[in-house]
Design a protein around this ligand. Structure first.
Ligand SMILES: Nc1nc2c(ncn2[C@@H]2O[C@H](COP(=O)(O)OP(=O)(O)O)[C@@H](O)[C@H]2O)c(=O)[nH]1
Ligand SMILES: [Mg+2]
Length: 315
């Protein structure tokens, strides 16, 4: 099948071809990039929502419940679940699949789990591309679930127009989130597992924190939820809709769009350069050689980078 046929299939809403397109783009192949070139002009309609928080905070459960609510509101939904490749969490991936199984029978919901990328490919870049495919496929809301642990995840969360941070009582989650700098990028705070002790304390603490750095513009709501009982999900869907309306009416959507474009462009330039410098097997050994020299302090990383890039120019 040609890439053009695949693109047409995605735009038509063909589920099977959408799945193939997602795989092509996820694997970061030249064909995948060709496909993106065709789909990108058709994207930009979806509201992109990042759901982040610690492992076990209930993100998948909440995402599932939220998706049900969005479907009740007539919205189509795309879900990207970013799973760490760590063997310790592979059980969680399976869990997610089982929990979300009832959603996958729904023609208007598309879900895909992606593994954390290796060192050469940027995770946030790959996720942004996958979001673009779901967006072009006509999904009204595209949700990305990430474990809010590292810089990679903060980057992914930044890719979304609206970031929902999920915290749970009694875990010190709020402190961790502040340290990781993720609190600042949260647009909606959800205290999940509100059935557990300490929920009100955490809610109070978060509200007090927000009072301290009250900014102009969007007021970050602090909500309670019991995702496992689908409680607080109507309120969350409302907050997400309000956020979308705020973005549209305040002009923030335009600003964010340009910022994201700049960010994605710079990331793509980085990747393109890396691909050219160390893309093939010969390049990989050149990279490894340079890594050795930098590690042994024979050469500094900046000079080594200049040398690798210089070689691209010479070829
Ligand atoms: N008590 C309680 N448990 C919940 C709630 N939401 C989710 N859980 C449970 O927490 C565990 C982790 O949920 P999961 O959605 O996989 O978390 P994730 O790792 O953040 O995606 C599961 O056993 C859920 O059933 C809740 O509101 N209250
Ligand atoms: Mg999960």
């Amino acid at each position: 099948m040609t890439v053009d046929e695949l693109a047409e299939g995605v735009l038509r809403g063909d589920r099977r071809l959408l799945a193939r397109a997602m795989t092509l783009v996820e694997n970061r192949t030249p064909r995948g990039r060709h496909l993106l070139r065709l789909l990108y002009p058709h994207s930009g309609r979806a509201h992109t929502v990042g759901v982040t928080g610690s492992a076990g905070s209930g993100k998948s459960t909440l995402t599932g419940a939220l998706t049900h609510e969005l479907r009740r509101r007539g919205k189509t939904v795309g879900i990207i679940a970013v799973d760490p490749t760590s063997p310790f969490t592979s059980g969680a991936i399976l869990g997610d699949r089982i929990r979300m199984q009832d959603l996958t029978g729904d023609h208007d919901v598309f879900m895909r789990s992606v593994a954390t990328r290796g060192s050469l490919g940027g995770l946030s870049e790959a996720v942004a591309d996958l979001m673009c495919v779901l967006d072009a496929a006509g999904k009204d809301v595209v949700i990305v679930e990430t474990v809010g642990a590292g810089q990679d995840e903060v980057e992914v969360a930044r890719t979304a127009q609206t970031t929902v941070l999920v915290l749970t009582p009694g875990t010190g989650d709020d402190i961790q989130a502040m340290k990781a700098g993720i609190m600042e990028i949260a647009d909606i705070l959800v205290v999940n597992k509100a059935d557990l002790p300490g929920a009100d304390t955490l809610l109070g603490h978060l509200r007090a924190l927000l009072m301290l750095n009250r900014a102009e513009g969007w007021q970050v709501p602090v909500q309670r939820a019991i995702a496992s009982r689908e409680e607080g999900v109507v309120e969350l869907a409302d907050a997400i809709e309000q956020r979308r309306r705020f973005l549209e009416t305040s002009g923030a959507l335009e600003t964010a769009r340009r910022e994201r474009a700049r960010h994605q462009l710079l990331a793509a330039m980085r990747s393109a350069l890396i691909r050219r410098a160390v893309g093939e097997s010969e390049g990989v050994s050149r990279l490894e050689e340079a890594v050795e020299r930098v590690a042994s302090r024979e050469i500094d990383p900046h000079t080594a980078a200049e040398e690798l890039i210089e070689q691209v120019r010479e070829r």
